[in-house]
Design a binder for this molecule. Structure first.
Ligand code: TYM
Length: 334
């Protein structure tokens, strides 16, 4: 039976990229009736320094973002990673399965560690093994993510395959990355060749899920574009990264294909298309920001959701971890 798992780091500032690449699609899989497990990966967040006070707030705000995006904590499981210790326990086993060379090839590690890799935390290096454990400790079969997580999911498959081979079992499933739709890679509003990211120093480069209606409209009005009107069809977007990004965002927000959007908007100048996009974005995103604000007023409700989710997640993870230990020859495993 299919089971969906995905995670988001509580490292502040949920962006439109997180929404379109992840949250909105999570709500779809939940609503299609697939058992879905979603995790605030606080242990991944601390692979780079986090102020404890900020991490606490970001974790709760992320949970609020999930709920405000339409993820129902009754239907889906919502929890934070640190509260289900089986993730790190399985990650240790995977640390012993994965090879140093596999980790060294990870582009995200190279980007995040920068030139001074010797100063990066060991956790940042081992990050993908923990991510594989997040997924496989539930035997999840489908993992919806944005484009930037593709390499990590390939590594997850490699770890599952090597574990199964080493121990001669058919135990861990080979998970399917689910990277689909118009907005699997939302780009910066200031530079169409850079990913929209919560860590970009310019706040104008991204739309935050906590932005109010005026801020959203202003950021779209000021988004970088080239001077030409939109082309007549999707093919004409090829070499125009900024135009393509705005059209992709429009398509994803309105649940249309890029071709459909181009049928209505093709040939329009940005002076017409941007207000259309701003209206649509405000329409879809402002209610989320309002609901997040409401949920954050009394965090006890959020804390209850996370505690309940952790308990339900553990009930699935414990037997899978114990079986893993048994396969690996640990005495006492149940
Ligand atoms: P994170 O926290 O960076 O991002 C969360 C999700 O948002 C997607 N995303 C984007 N999608 C489209 N355009 C963008 N500009 C954009 N920016 C972010 C990401 O692809 C991701 O789906 N390693 C993961 C967290 C993680 C995880 C997991 C994911 C930990 N364990 C297990 C899936 C399964 C990360 O850092 O995502």
């Amino acid at each position: 039976t299919p089971r969906v798992f995905s995670g988001i780091q509580p490292s502040g500032n949920l962006t439109l990229g997180n929404y379109l690449g992840a949250l909105k699609r999570f709500a779809n899989s939940q609503n299609a009736g697939v058992e879905s497990i979603f995790c605030m990966v606080d242990l991944h967040a601390i692979t780079v320094w986090q102020e404890p006070q900020k991490l606490r707030r970001a974790t709760r705000e992320l949970a609020a973002g999930f709920i405000a995006s339409g993820i129902d904590p009754q239907k889906s499981i919502l929890f934070n990673q640190s509260q289900v210790p089986e993730h790190t326990q399985l990650a240790w086993v995977f640390n012993c399965v994965a090879r140093m060379g596999w980790m060294k090839r990870m582009t995200q590690f190279k980007d995040k560690a920068g030139k001074n890799a010797e100063q990066a935390s060991l956790g940042l290096f081992g990050y993908p093994a923990l991510m594989a454990a997040d997924i496989l400790v539930y035997h999840a079969t489908h993992v919806p993510v944005g484009e930037d997580q593709k390499q990590h999911l390939e590594l997850t498959r490699d770890i599952a395959i090597k574990f199964n081979n080493d121990y001669g079992v058919d135990f861990f499933p080979i998970t399917e990355p689910v990277i689909e739709g118009a907005a699997t890679r939302v780009m910066s509003l200031r530079d169409g060749t850079k990913k929209m990211s919560k860590s970009d120093p310019s706040d104008m480069s991204r739309i935050n899920l906590t932005d109010d209606a005026d801020t959203i409209a202003k950021k779209i009005r000021k988004a970088k574009t080239d001077p030409e009107p939109l082309p007549g069809d999707a093919g004409g977007l090829e070499d125009r990264p900024e135009a393509r990004n705005l059209v992709n965002i429009y398509a994803a927000l309105s649940d249309q294909s890029v071709d459909q959007v181009m049928r209505d908007a093709g040939g329009k100048p940005f002076s017409e298309f941007k207000p259309m996009l701003a209206d649509l974005a405000v329409d879809k995103l402002a209610p989320i920001s309002t609901e997040m604000g409401r949920l954050m007023q009394d965090v006890s409700e959020i804390d209850r959701v996370l505690a309940d989710g952790a308990e339900r997640a553990r009930a699935i993870a414990t037997p899978i971890l114990q079986k893993t230990y048994e396969i690996a020859g640990m005495v006492g495993a149940r």
